[in-house]
Design a protein around this ligand. Structure first.
Ligand code: PGA
Length: 252
C-alpha cells in the first residue's frame, strides 16, 4: 500500500511569528507520527525560516505555487530552484483558487508541472469541479480532462513524483465535505485514467488525495476508501490540534 500523504495548505495566512508558533506546536503533537508523509505549505516568506525548525520532525515543506521559468525578468515570481534552495520538496500546482483568482489555465498548469519535475520538486496537481458541473453530471469528464491537460507531454518516469489532489470546488472552505462515496467515485475514475495513460510500473507511487473541508471528524471515513491516498487540508491545517488529529487518522 502507498504511504498516505497529508498536506496542510496554509494559503495566505499567518505572519512569520504565527507560523513559527504553529510549527512548534505541530512538532510536539506530531512526534513519532509515522502513518503518513506530512507536508506543510506555508506562504513563501516563511519557508526558509521554518526549514530548520522542522528538520528533526516528520514534516516537510511544500510551496503553494511555482513559476515555470528558471530565472530572469519575471517580477514577483518564484522559481523551482529558489524553492528547493529554501527547503521545499513539494509544490501545489493548479489550486482552484489560482485557477479562479489568477486565471491559471490548464496550459499554464502543465508548464508549471513540467518545470517542477525539471527542478526536482514533487508536484501536487489540483483538479475539481464546480457545483454546477457536479449537478449537470460533468464531474468525471471535467476532472479527467484537467488531469490529462496537466500531465500533457510527461512520461511515466515523472508520475513517480506526482500526486493528484481531487478538490471539488464546492467543498473548499465551505464546510461541505464530499461524502466518502462521492470522493471515492472520482478517485477511482482518475486512477483508471492514469492506468489508461501510463504503465502500471510508473504508477506505483502515484497518490490521489482528497481536499475540501477535511476535518478531524471526516478524515477517518475518507481514508477508509480504497482509492483515497491522503488529504490536502486547508482551514484545519491552521489549528495544530486539528491537523495533528487528521495526520493521525485511524487506519483502514
Ligand atoms: P479547506 O481547503 O480544507 O479549507 O476546504 C482545502 C484546500 O483548498 O486545499
Amino acid at each position: 500500500m502507498l504511504t498516505p500523504l497529508i498536506a496542510g495548505n496554509w494559503k495566505m495566512n499567518t505572519t512569520i511569528h504565527e507560523g513559527v508558533d504553529l510549527v512548534l506546536k505541530l512538532r510536539e503533537l506530531l512526534k513519532g507520527a509515522d502513518n503518513a508523509e506530512i507536508l506543510i505549505a506555508p506562504p513563501f516568506t516563511h519557508i526558509y525560516h521554518l526549514s530548520p525548525l522542522i528538520a528533526d520532525s516528520p514534516m516537510r515543506l511544500c510551496a503553494q505555487n511555482i513559476f515555470w521559468e528558471k530565472s530572469g525578468a519575471y517580477t514577483g515570481e518564484i522559481s523551482g530552484e529558489m524553492l528547493k534552495s529554501a527547503g521545499c520538496h513539494h509544490v501545489i500546482i493548479g489550486h482552484s483558487e489560482r485557477r479562479e483568482h489568477f486565471k491559471e489555465t490548464d496550459e499554464v498548469i502543465n508548464k508549471k508541472v513540467i518545470a517542477a519535475i525539471r527542478d526536482g520538486l514533487k508536484p501536487i496537481v489540483c483538479v475539481g469541479e464546480t457545483l454546477e458541473e457536479r449537478e449537470k453530471g460533468k464531474t468525471i469528464s471535467k476532472v479527467k480532462l484537467q488531469v490529462k491537460k496537466a500531465l500533457y507531454g510527461l512520461g511515466g518516469g515523472a508520475l513517480r513524483d506526482i500526486t493528484i489532489a481531487y478538490e471539488p470546488i464546492w467543498a473548499i472552505g465551505t464546510g461541505k465535505v464530499a461524502t466518502p462515496q462521492e470522493a471515492e467515485e472520482v478517485h477511482n475514475a482518475l486512477r483508471e485514467l492514469l492506468h489508461e495513460l501510463y504503465e502500471k510500473e510508473s504508477l506505483k507511487n502515484t497518490r490521489i488525495i482528497y481536499g475540501g473541508s477535511v476535518k478531524p471528524d471526516s478524515i477517518d471515513q475518507l481514508m477508509s476508501q480504497p482509492n483515497i491516498d491522503g488529504a490536502l487540508v486547508g482551514g484545519a491545517s491552521l489549528k495544530a490540534e486539528d491537523f495533528a488529529r487528521i495526520v493521525r487518522f485511524l487506519p483502514r
